[in-house]
Design a protein around this ligand. Sequence first.
Ligand code: SAM
Length: 471
Amino acid sequence: MPILEWLNKNEAINAASKVPYRILKANKEFSYGEKNENMIIKGDNLEALKALLPYYKGQVKCIYIDPPFNTGSAFEHYDDNLEHSVWLSLMYSRLELLRELLAEDGIILIHIDHNEEPYLRIIMDEIYGRANYRNTILVSRIKKNVRERERIKALNFGQDPILLYTKSSSTTFLPPLKYAPKANRWHNFEAAGIRKGMDYDLFGFKPNPNNHWRWTQERANIAIKEGKLRPNPKTGKPEYLIMASEFEIMDTNWTDLQASAFNWKFPNGEKSEKLVQRIIDLNTKEGDLVLDSFLGSGTTCAVAQKMGRKYIGIEMGEHAITHCVPRMKAVIDGEQGGISKSVNWQGGGGYTFYDLGETVFDEDGNINKDVDFKTLASHIWFSETKTPLLDFEKNPLLGIYNGTAYYLLYNGILGDKKPNGGNVLTQKIFDTLPKFDGKKVIYGEATRMNEDKRKLNNITFKQTPYDIKAR
Ligand SMILES: C[S@@+](CC[C@H](N)C(=O)[O-])C[C@H]1O[C@@H](n2cnc3c(N)ncnc32)[C@H](O)[C@@H]1O
């Protein structure tokens, strides 16, 4: 397969695995509304995406990103004048992590422009696989005017391309019906052949001698009441309504939509809520998780909130605070701009704001002793199973995976707040743990159960923090 080469590509390929896991620190000051899973993270998305992996690997249904286009135009709020190879490296490492976060049946849409589209397409083929390229959607962009007789170097670029990829080549999604339904149509109620009892009088007509009516009289009476069977307005002959069961597949021409919007003082970057709504509608339903790691003014989170989706947004610029926070607060309070009216948005919901904290593992790969139970539990689970710890509960039994039960002994979880109380594996502590009849991996600070007893009980003991390794 042809691939793209650029300066320092090898570093870019390794960047995602090298970047450390960081703790996500909830920041109450900028969080708002009811407590739930929605997240807005301030920080570089390479680190933020990595921090999300132990919690959300394979969980995201729809990713929409609108990275800097690398056009060199002077945007007020972010630097998009990145040198070409730097841009490719930035994108490569993020796209790799995004792929890990994507659900098996998830889709990713990348908003780009003509400058980088061909390069992006090639690195996407490399990371996601050529078979997973599905579409290039086109949306309208602002057109430049010229003075009369002014010479130009190129025609107006009238559209922004948006690349659509899936994670798996078997992924299918239901085309949203509401955008291009075929009209219902009326059809002759007669069908060929003679059928007993199916030649009753209907609106003063009988079927032709070699034909019959399509439905029994009983069913016909119901259909008349439902408005699905009627006399043809011109001939008076019975006709029935064929409900459109097929819909045209939505095509890639979305030029009825403008890419940009100008509501939140984020010039040239802010995308329209209608566009993001149509994207989110492609493959998600209420409660599904949507992610945008180049959040800008917060459009994706605002739309996801209004559509009842869960969301994670990442933005490294100060506008995470100056734009996303006030915008999301307004949305949760029932703001009526963008798509609000069309979805009957009344407000509600909430999100937690996070900063990136210290690293979870030190340079030797040992876990930071000061992390809280949830972080510790999530990283233990992730390092053992390579899957996220879902349905987290404060319980020493973290879960069962491939026939093995994983436990974490942790101060306080077992009700004993004394130092070491409950962190050390003893027979007494073991007897209090939720039972599992099979292989058990138990993490704790130390063990005072001898090897024979551990063997007898099918226990592998691992010591925190030393036996928890970063990937
Ligand atoms: C084109 S804007 C996105 C606009 C957004 N779609 C909206 O509707 O407001 C790109 C954003 O990506 C952010 N960004 C660029 N590199 C980033 C990185 N490494 N980590 C996090 N955010 C980044 C920029 O600060 C900028 O806000």
